[in-house]
Design a protein around this ligand. Sequence first.
Ligand code: TXA
Ligand code: MG
Length: 315
Amino acid sequence: MIVPATPDNIAEAGKRLKNGGLVAFPTETVYGLGADATSDTAVARIFAAKNRPDFNPLIVHMPDLNTATTLADFTDLGQKIAETFWPGPMSLVLRRKSDCPVSHLAAAGLKTIAIRVPANATAQELLGAAGVPIAAPSANASGKISPTEAAHVQESLGDAVDRIIDDGPCLVGLESTVVDCTSNTPVVLRPGGVTSEQIESIAGSVAVSDGSPNKPASPGMLQSHYAPDAAIRLNATSVDVDEALLSFGVHHLSDVGMERNLSPTANLQEAAANLFRMLRELDATASRIAVMPIPDRDLGRAVNDRLQRAAAPKN
Ligand code: TXA
Ligand code: MG
């Protein structure tokens, strides 16, 4: 059931979380499917609702850096990145503390844990109301397109969710950046809302995991992900008659039928915010989607990462 993000609804949803329920909620990146991260049974419901493989660990959401330090050992690098980018679209992978109360199922049995402090006001109010760490993957069926609106969650997960809190479209529109901060060089495991350029500016250098599909450093980085039903063709410089077009910037392609433009002004931030919604819209009517090239810098890296996975052969 979709409910608006009123104080009463958020308080009620917080109680549901505390009692083992599943609540989908907005963050500035995408909608998350939340459960009490300290409860094995609540976390198990997330894996079941998404049909998610249990080797893929969840991100744990916390209200602030202070509370986050109760879960994991912060390296100097982790501390610096957290102070710079929290609250925001950034998840840090750190070694979990020996007395970390987070379910081992949520962490897929790893010795590390991914933690995020979201900026979205509704997410923050919900964390306050629940009073427990909230484990939350993107609120979509595993391998499918992430939700940037409450209605997308309803379409993808339906009645498997107890409550969906609606706070309008997500501002960033792409998931958080996942950065391994267990050593003193940041390793980007998943490009996302904070760019590598931004991380580099405070950390000096950044390593990017090669994302090899057979041995992903971040278990969720499978080759096929964010997959629409339609076939995706990248770097298109022409459009076939049976293709819909996902364009970027001004173009002179002719004979275009159905089209969505990620950003007519070639703004990467706007493109990121529109990506998942436009992919859904084209997927609903077309069986083939041609995608124009997107510059591979700043937020364009995360956009291209998602598009490459959307285009990959389905497992
Ligand atoms: O923006 C986001 O990050 C959203 C919102 C809801 O916070 N969440 C999200 O979660 O995208 P999910 O489950 O769809 O993606 C989490 C990613 C996966 O690729 C997972 O493998 C990785 O984070 N991850 C989680 N814990 C990890 C760990 N300990 N080590 C390495 N990667 C980890
Ligand atoms: Mg996801």
